[in-house]
Design a protein around this ligand. Structure first.
Ligand SMILES: Nc1ncnc2c1ncn2[C@@H]1O[C@H](COP(=O)(O)OP(=O)(O)OP(=O)(O)O)[C@@H](O)[C@H]1O
Length: 598
């Protein structure tokens, strides 16, 4: 006989559908990888091989057309007519036989489907069942350990609120045995249980208080659902006892505190620290600048602060912001000289997501965005490149920004305060600063006087800083000798107030004596006397200074204790009122009020 395929089976009145169905059943049963089906013709010759894609590859296999006597040797007669493949497979597998006859409608066997290797399949199926069993045993053991953990109570009820799982912790808490609990309605065990409500509503209750037999617990209750339907509920204690709950609550409170602290720190970073109260100065140049600054603080106009380094430009920027309507909004400082040119643009205007390699997801807001509704303080504006000046000009004119690499523009409402110690007008002439930007920034100009122009403020500032440093450094230094003060006033202070601050801090760190004397001052502050004169007068001067300072300190102390009452202060010191007044005049304390610092 010729080779035959599914089509040739049709020619033999064997319906194609039926063959395909039978074949697919074999595959379904044995899996595509574990079974092969051979088709043998009625003369016992192998005529087809069904591979994994269920094709009859007639004529393509070298085994085709070979006698299949040995394959058929086990074919039972009882199956020779009309059994379905399913019946055949189950019969064969029970008898460890791996062949199925193909029969025609008259019940004649026209071929044979040989299923191979059925035995391997059975063995692997058994192995699989065995490993599934082991896995589920392992899982059950783990679940039991979880359920029986000694730190938490657990009870599970079914859809009728009957207990199906309960752990020892829970049993112990309510004081009954497992046998007494299983299968009972939960309210028979704990009359006020809310689990039936959870089963009814299907809604969880997160964290509730549960008191049982004089013990307090925190508990959560949750529904158990399958295919969206509530099939039970579980109650679980959260802590072994309330002691642990309190530990947890304390930790939570600590974390909340920390969070508050960091939020406050962040707020401080984005807010102005100083106010006009922190600006010390009595010199007319200074007081008129403060007066003007206070006036401009109320408006939103752009301010340009000029003056030598260390004259207090940043201090003024803070004070102006803090005195105006924007005081509760951010104060953002940008040091234009400290940020590399290529980063300044994204620092000021932010960048969009994917603007460059390494850009943060979601992009990053720039300082202008952060300062929205508040103030941006652009320090060292004179150090900004011409390219950046053009970009800044656009923002000032349009009052809108676009993130680097972005397409959207944002409207911004920001007050701009700039500062520089460079001469912007000269820079404009030299082509180093854009003229149009200069006029945009030069709306209100506050020129801060340098320290050498206001020597009277040196004494004031030095005493003010001494008081602050005494607290900070906890030193025994009580004051500055008159002679030292004179030297400080004679000095030119190129670094202005910042330099004065650092000289005092440096001196107070090394001086062990109560008063800062000329020899304690750094060498760059010129001493008016020659070294010989100094040595001579030093001993005398030191004693006199000491006495003078001590006397002054006693006077100040007595006045403080008498709350400014001079007669009372005289009594405290045991001196006559007239002597008291004389000494007060000598030390310049005649008009002393309590708020003054000496
Ligand atoms: N009038 C003042 N009263 C009290 N402290 C002052 C005064 N002026 C300046 N200071 C202090 O001096 C230091 C320098 O001030 P600030 O940084 O404001 O100066 P600046 O002009 O901005 O300096 P730069 O140009 O170098 O940035 C700060 O510690 C500041 O608190």
């Amino acid at each position: 006989m010729d080779h035959f395929s599914v089509d040739s089976m049709i020619a033999l009145d064997f319906p194609k559908v039926s063959v395909e169905r039978e074949i697919s059943k074999v595959y379904e049963e044995f899996g595509h990888t574990s079974a092969y089906v051979y088709v043998v013709d009625k003369d016992g010759l192998l005529v087809g091989l069904l591979d994994q894609s269920a094709m009859i590859q007639a004529g393509t296999d070298e085994n085709l057309q070979k006698p299949a006597g040995e394959l058929m040797c086990k074919a039972p007669k009882c199956l020779a007519s009309g059994s379905t493949l399913e019946e055949a497979v189950s019969y064969f597998s029970a008898h460890q036989i791996t062949e199925v006859p193909v029969i025609d409608e008259a019940g004649r066997m026209i071929g044979l489907l040989k299923v191979w290797p059925l035995l391997d399949y059975q063995a692997s199926k058994l192995k699989m069942i065995d490993s599934e069993l082991n896995e589920s045993k392992r899982l059950t053991a783990t679940l039991e350990a979880v359920i029986e953990n000694p730190y938490e109570g657990l009870v599970v009820v079914d859809e009728n609120s009957r207990v199906i799982i309960i752990n020892n912790f829970y049993l112990e808490a309510i004081g009954i045995t497992r046998e007494q609990a299983l299968g009972r309605h939960i309210r028979e065990l704990t009359p006020h249980s809310e689990l039936p409500d959870i089963v009814r509503t299907g809604k969880a209750q997160f964290v509730d208080y549960w008191k049982v037999r004089d013990r307090d617990f925190m508990i959560i209750r949750a529904p158990i659902k399958r295919d969206g339907k509530t099939i039970g509920a579980m109650g679980k204690t959260l802590f072994k006892d309330m002691g642990l709950a309190h530990v947890f609550a304390r930790k939570l409170a600590q974390m909340e505190n920390d969070l508050k602290f960091y939020k406050e720190e962040l707020r401080k970073i984005h807010s102005a620290t100083y106010t006009f109260e922190d600006i010390v100065g009595e010199d007319i140049k200074m007081t008129s600048t403060i007066y003007l600054a206070k006036r401009v603080a109320r408006a939103s106009s752009t301010v340009l602060l000029t003056g030598e380094s260390g004259t207090g430009k940043e201090l003024f920027a803070h004070a102006i912001h803090n005195d105006g309507a924007r005081r509760y909004s951010p104060f953002i400082k940008v040091n234009c000289a400290a940020i590399p040119e290529q980063l300044l643009e994204s620092e000021l205007f932010g960048y969009a997501e994917g603007a460059f390699t390494g850009a943060c997801k979601g992009g990053k807001p720039g300082k202008f965005e952060l300062a929205n509704h508040g103030t941006i303080f652009l320090d060292e504006i004179g150090d900004m490149s011409l390219t950046m000046q053009a970009k800044l000009l656009r923002v000032i004119q349009e009052r809108e920004i676009e993130r680097v690499g972005g397409t959207q523009t944002f409207k911004i409402d920001v007050r701009i305060i700039t500062a520089t110690n460079r001469k912007l007008d000269i820079m404009v002439q030299e082509g180093m600063f854009r003229e149009d930007l200069f006029y945009r920034l030069n709306v209100i100009v506050l020129e801060l006087p340098c320290l050498r122009e206001r020597p009277s403020d040196i004494r004031l500032l030095a005493n003010y800083m001494l008081t602050k440093l005494k607290q900070k450094l906890e030193t025994g230094v009580k004051g500055i000798s008159q002679e030292s003060m004179q030297l400080l006033q004679n000095y030119s202070w190129p670094g202005n107030v910042r330099e004065l601050e650092s000289v005092l801090e440096q001196v107070m760190n090394i001086v062990d004596e109560p008063f800062i004397l000329p020899e304690h001052l750094p060498a760059r502050i010129p001493h008016s006397k020659t070294a010989a004169e100094e040595t001579q007068s030093m001993e005398k001067g030191r004693f006199e200074e000491g006495v003078k300072c001590a006397e002054k300190e006693l006077l100040v102390d007595a006045l403080k204790r008498s709350k400014g009452n001079k007669s009372q202060a005289a009594k405290i010191l045991g001196i006559h009122r007239s002597v008291m007044y004389k000494k007060l005049r000598k030390h310049g304390l005649g008009g002393m009020t309590l708020s003054q610092e000496y």
